[in-house]
Design a protein around this ligand. Structure first.
Ligand SMILES: [Ca+2]
Length: 191
């Protein structure tokens, strides 16, 4: 009888642990002054805009567009990041959707840097988005975080295929519905 009670208590706890999206404005519905709220971009005000809102969305009204532009004879690729997201050890699960318009085989790229309490990088998780096409493609990325994980930085951009030099002007990627959760170790201790 006691065994049954324990099961009923644990199930709602799991729901609470998995409830919170750790990303701010992962829906990309908020762009005050043209910048995605909660995200750092590499736009240079009045000089070059490589990160902007797109009306082409996977969910809601807008997504974020990261594009490649020429800037003083270099190719600049739009990049967004959120830093110092507090985490516990467990399974990192990042869900979202992307739409890639690729010139010269450019690919989408996401990197998660995992940091310790001393703020040193203890692990990096990288993934590439390679399917170019007219529709959003949903994705799920998961990775086990080290025991001493305290914070993560997440960065999304697009880049040339490995070894192919700089990204190409005209390429862009849209990201939308980003959702980052840590599924706690508690999930494995359910009797
Ligand atoms: Ca959206």
């Amino acid at each position: 009888m006691k065994h049954h009670i324990a099961v009923f208590i644990v199930v709602p706890l799991l729901a609470i642990l998995a409830e919170q999206n750790l990303l701010k404005n992962g829906s990309f519905e908020s762009f005050p002054a043209g910048e995605p709220a909660g995200w750092t971009t590499n736009n240079i005000p009045t000089m070059v805009t490589v990160v902007s809102a797109s009306q082409n969305s996977y969910a809601g009204k807008t997504s974020v567009k990261c594009e490649v532009k020429e800037f003083y004879e270099t190719k600049m690729a739009g990049m967004i990041s959120q830093k110092d997201i507090e985490v516990k050890s467990g399974e990192l699960v990042l869900k979202g959707a992307y739409l890639l318009k690729s010139v010269g085989k450019d690919v989408g790229y996401v990197a998660v840097d995992v940091k310790s309490a001393a703020n040193s990088t203890i692990a990096t998780c990288e993934r590439y988005f390679t399917e170019s096409g007219p529709d959003f493609i949903p994705f799920t990325i998961s990775a086990r975080l080290p025991e001493n994980a305290k914070r993560i930085d997440i960065l999304l951009t697009l880049m040339a295929e490995k070894g192919a030099g700089p990204a190409h002007v005209g390429s862009y990627i849209l990201y939308d519905a980003l959702d980052l959760r840590i599924v706690g170790k508690e999930t494995e201790e359910v009797p």
